[in-house]
Design a protein around this ligand. Structure first.
Ligand code: NCD
Length: 310
């Protein structure tokens, strides 16, 4: 049995660099199947549950597409409305039920730690598809795949994370992973939305230097990978606080004037106003490709966890 067989995916911190390399290499082999050029039945007879207590487009649909491309099935809900959660059913009971209906469970929930809690109620693998402002490990795997595919390596790349570094779960998971992979990190955010101290501690512990800035213009010149995030409106306890920082950053042609030729711009999507539409047409924009990469990467992960070789 590989180290992936039947395992939970709760935090990116549970993945060693070797684990990450395995997922990325497996994902590359999945691409012809992900685009429908080749066929696979490796997950035939397997069922994946997708329980989404928060909105999602890409994450849920790419998990479902990944399952279908490998001959498996997916079932689930895209909002707690219309489920017994409305009647007061606890997460624990829902998980116990769904365990009986499927081989693995993908969970997105507004509370930090929800996936870890869910994993305590089932023997089946639980995959964290976002727990509040906590983590989003499978997004990180596809983000890493995108960097690797576009840039060829991680070591020595200057990666700038910009936007809501406080509430953005994608950047929390990504920062943990990039520290292990030897990139140089730069954090750009409004003063009230800086990276949480525990993540900064982790970066320091690794002995890596990092930069923090408030203005993108200060750091764009030597950035290789610009990872843009949405200000997470739904996480602000006070709507007035959101209004103060809404629209803090906008990547447009003016900002990109001093950018390196080989700069890539990533975004987990959805974007609101933080990347101007005219940027889509530049060579820098890889965010739609990044969204496609979700399929081969999630195929790789599911195959490693549930497949024959698992
Ligand atoms: C992100 C999320 O849900 O954390 N979306 C995604 O999964 N691609 C980012 C966001 O909502 O801003």
């Amino acid at each position: 049995m590989s180290s992936f067989g039947g395992r939970d995916v709760l935090s990116i911190r549970d993945f060693s660099p070797a684990d990450i390399q395995l997922v990325l290499r497996t994902a590359r082999k999945m691409v012809p199947i992900a685009i429908g050029e080749k066929r696979s039945r490796s997950l035939e007879g397997k069922i994946l549950s997708t329980l989404f207590y928060e909105p999602s487009t890409r994450t849920r649909l790419s998990f479902e597409s990944a399952m279908a491309r490998l001959g498996g099935r997916a079932l689930g809900f895209s909002s707690a409305e219309g489920t017994s959660v409305q009647k007061g059913e606890t997460l624990a009971d829902t998980i116990r039920m769904v365990e009986a209906y499927s081989d693995a469970i993908v969970l997105r929930h507004p509370h930090e730690g929800a996936a870890r809690l869910a994993a305590e109620f089932t023997e089946k693998p639980v995959i964290n598809a976002g727990d509040g402002a906590g983590q989003h490990p499978t997004q990180t795997l596809l983000d890493l795949y995108t960097i690797w595919d576009e840039k060829g390596s991680f070591e020595g790349q200057n990666v700038t994370l910009v936007g809501d570094l406080k509430y953005g779960r994608t950047v929390h998971s990504l920062a943990y992973a990039l520290v292990e992979l030897g990139t140089h990190l730069t954090f750009v955010s409004p003063p009230t939305l800086e990276m949480p101290p525990e993540i900064l501690e982790q970066v320091k512990e690794k002995g890596l230097s990092f930069r923090a800035a408030h203005r993108l213009e200060e750091v764009i010149r030597d950035t290789d990978v610009l990872y843009v995030t949405r200000i997470q409106k739904e996480r602000f306890p006070d709507p007035q606080e959101y209004e103060k920082v809404a629209g803090s950053y906008r990547v447009d042609m003016e900002v990109l004037r001093d950018a390196k030729r080989g700069l890539i711009i990533m975004h987990p999507l959805p974007r609101v106003t933080e990347i101007a539409p005219e940027v889509d047409r530049t060579k820098h924009a890889v965010y739609f490709k990044q969204a496609f990469n979700a399929v081969p990467v999630r195929m790789a992960l599911l195959d490693l966890i549930l497949g024959e070789g698992a």
